[in-house]
Design a protein around this ligand. Structure first.
Ligand SMILES: Nc1ncnc2c1ncn2[C@@H]1O[C@H](COP(=O)(O)OP(=O)(O)O)[C@@H](O)[C@H]1O
Ligand SMILES: [Mg+2]
Length: 287
């Protein structure tokens, strides 16, 4: 079926998509639901249309950024994130963690260096091609959720699909996967902070991006909710084989990562946690 033209995007966010999504929203709980986290892993075959490439999910080469001559934030940073890897980035406030994610996401521009997403050097692409690449291959989770208040949950989650000219139907599947089955017609104002971040995670993952960028995703949540949301992010990233780069100041959050890096003096260094917890238990439902 041919992809809908760009001019249909606005309509698709409104009623036609909305009605078709409602059918899925009311389908209720599905097999495979996680007993503790109300979590349904996404069917790995769903939307598995992309080609698998051997390239790292992300590579930064000599990435540099300064705000004025006396404020060097990133000083030629080199870094590789393997496919499916979950990395936590820590560092003092103001050291440049958000700047790093923003450069990778194209929300800010590097002074020099390059970012390769799934092997493609973003800085060598023209603006349109770079935007298209990021739209397809990136998902972003923000500390403050940034769920759009005037759209339903289904419409919020469907946005990346519409921007990529993909059918919006999987939005409800993804909402169910983050424990919000049947909530597709609700509006963000009806949700708690933890639920809003689940919606944001569903939106970040729905188009099966290669790379998830998460900037303090649990920073606005209480510890128990933060733990649930973190487990959800990690499980869903694994289910969709997305790599994740998560900025956090929380050792508890960083402990779920495969690898911890510390940003300091413009470079990333391997880090260790003072209280590394066992994280294997979260992979399996408790008895
Ligand atoms: N647009 C900007 N203009 C000038 N300075 C900025 C801008 N954005 C960030 N900075 C500065 O860059 C540094 C790193 O900021 P940021 O990446 O937000 O740090 P972090 O996320 O690690 O707390 C800080 O000193 C901040 O004040
Ligand atoms: Mg920050």
């Amino acid at each position: 079926m041919p992809a809908p033209p760009d001019t249909n995007r606005g309509n698709a966010v409104n009623m036609p998509m909305h009605h078709s999504l409602c059918r899925f929203a009311r389908a209720g709980p599905q097999a495979g639901q996680h007993p503790n986290h109300r979590l349904i892993l996404v069917d790995p075959t769903f939307m598995s249309v992309r080609n698998e490439s051997p390239a790292p999910a992300l590579e930064c080469r000599g990435l540099s950024k300064a705000y004025g001559p006396n404020r060097v934030v990133l000083a030629g940073l080199d870094f590789t994130l393997a496919r499916g890897e979950f990395v936590a980035v820590m560092g003092d406030s103001g050291v440049g963690k958000s700047t790093l994610l923003n450069l990778i996401a194209g929300l800010d521009k590097a002074d020099s260096g390059d970012v390769l997403i799934d092997g493609e050097p973003v800085c060598q692409l023209d603006d349109d091609a770079a935007t298209r690449l990021r739209r397809q291959k990136l998902g972003f989770v923000f500390q403050a959720f940034h769920v759009l208040p005037h759209l339903t949950l289904a419409q919020n989650v469907a946005l990346p699909l519409l921007l990529n000219n993909l059918p919006p139907g999987h939005a409800l599947e993804m909402l169910a996967a983050v424990g919000l089955a049947g909530r597709g017609d609700d509006f963000p104002r009806q949700l708690s902070g933890g639920e809003l971040q689940r919606v944001a995670i569903a939106r970040a993952l729905v188009h099966r991006p290669r790379l998830i960028l998460a900037d303090e995703p649990t920073g606005n949540l209480d510890p128990d909710t933060a733990h649930d949301v973190l487990m959800l992010l990690r499980a869903q990233a694994r289910a969709t084989r997305a790599a994740t780069m998560m900025v956090t100041h929380s050792e508890a959050a960083a402990a779920v990562a495969d690898r911890v890096l510390i940003l300091s003096a413009g470079h990333l260094h391997p880090g260790t946690l003072s209280s590394r917890r066992s994280v294997h238990s979260v992979d399996k439902p408790h008895a």
